[in-house]
Design a binder for this molecule. Structure first.
Ligand code: PA5
Length: 393
């Protein structure tokens, strides 16, 4: 097994799960034809462009961002991804000014095809492409729901369109076109990604570790631990915590229920959050996530300044000691903790992690009796913004 999961306190209670809605969920379906289709249709774009700018919000970009970050820990691809996933005017302006337009492909991702930020970016970028007389159909692709705005637009502009199955919600869509198209652009092995996902689906019983994870986290929520920390040891795995945060927060935060995700980066946050974690309120559960074997390492000289006990050591050994130190310090304080250790950065392991957490989220929703799909709570803010914009001259 390439991913090891250790629970450091017992899993109590015995929640009854309905297994079919978990293991039969829409995001568990292997998209064999889509994988072939992506490879074929992306080929000419890969030949002509070295960069893909991914424009999408929330579930339409966080998965691809996680893949991109993970890939950087074990691969040096010829192609690169850039993400435009905010409307900060300064950031957008700076990004558009630095783009190598001739060698860049723009990938617009939106299930609904109506998300304000994405549509703003689309309009700005189309304007720039026209100004530069670059052919839209060679420079732009769309990912979205069949029959919605983005398919219509793709047809109108003569652009390629990749489908997200309509029954897969944005934050559960990383293993569909949303994640697979950008992943394939940077030569991330999308078949291996799915092999890992399938591994997480092998045991379709209540003993599946995803269901245990859900049970573990929610049992502590019922004891007042309403914050769920994802302590990522490694910069290239930290982006996974952003993807996880959206999944856990948007899927479960309903009807007065939910567990607040909190992202922490090791070792950075040892110097920022660990004081609170050890001596603050006992209102959190901790997920420590790390990678055992890393590809690129450095060694210290045989004689070192200030600290002699680090002489000749590898950075990975020091990083690991700090990881173990923090983990064990929290355990000594009796904080509930689950540890997830990947044997290495790989497409397989990331696919496993994605599926593990999507299954755990749906299982947690069952325990909490909330619908994990949809996000009705975000609509009001969008509506108010729209009203304000309509009134603006
Ligand atoms: O999980 C979700 O469904 C949402 O967070 C969406 O991903 C996000 O709002 C973007 O929506 P869309 O893909 O329709 O642009």
């Amino acid at each position: 097994m390439s991913v090891e999961i250790n629970f450091f306190s017992p899993i109590e209670g015995n929640f009854e799960f309905q297994l079919e809605p978990i293991f039969g969920a829409s995001f568990t379906k292997y998209p064999k034809n889509l994988i072939e289709d992506i490879k074929n249709r992306l080929k000419p774009f890969k030949e002509k462009n070295s960069t893909m700018v991914v424009c999408g919000m929330g579930g339409s970009s966080l998965g691809a961002k996680t893949i991109d970050s993970f890939a950087k820990a074990f691969n040096k691809p010829e192609h690169q991804l850039v993400f435009l996933d905010n409307l900060d005017p300064t950031m957008v302006k700076h990004s558009l000014e630095t783009i190598d337009w001739k060698n860049t492909l723009f990938c617009f991702v939106s299930k609904s095809g109506t998300t304000l930020e994405t549509i703003v970016l689309l309009n700005l970028i189309l304007k720039e492409l026209k100004k530069r007389k670059l052919p839209i159909e060679e420079k732009v692709i769309f990912i979205g729901d069949r029959g919605k705005n983005f398919e219509t637009l793709a047809n109108k502009l003569g652009c390629q369109f990749f489908e997200i199955p309509s029954n897969v919600d944005g934050r559960f869509s990383v293993l569909t076109s949303t994640g697979l198209v950008p992943a394939h652009f940077i030569d991330f092995d999308i078949e291996e990604l799915w092999e890992g996902a399938k591994e997480a689906l092998k045991d379709k019983s209540k003993n599946n570790v995803a269901l245990q994870l859900a049970q573990f986290k929610i049992q502590h929520l019922f004891k007042g631990r309403n914050i769920s920390v994802m302590f990522s040891y490694g910069n290239y795995i930290f982006t996974f915590a952003f993807w996880y945060s959206q999944l856990w927060a948007e899927s479960l935060g309903k009807e007065g229920k939910g567990q607040t995700p909190l992202k922490a980066l090791g070792t950075v946050d040892q110097h920022s959050l660990v004081q609170l974690f050890r001596e603050g309120p006992d209102d959190k559960i901790y997920q420590f996530i790390t990678v055992k074997n890393i590809k690129w390492d450095l060694q210290l000289p045989e004689e070192t300044l200030v600290l002699d006990y680090i002489a000749g050591k590898k950075i990975s050994q020091i990083f690991k000691a700090l990881y173990e130190g923090t983990k064990n310090a929290l355990l000594k304080t009796h904080r509930p903790l689950v540890e997830i250790v990947l044997d290495r950065y790989s497409a397989f392991n990331l696919g496993y992690l994605f599926m593990l957490y999507m299954l755990a989220t749906v299982a947690a929703a069952q325990i909490l009796k909330v619908n994990p799909f949809g996000q009705p709570g975000v609509e009001l803010g969008k509506k108010l913004a729209k009203e304000k914009l309509k009134k603006l001259k």
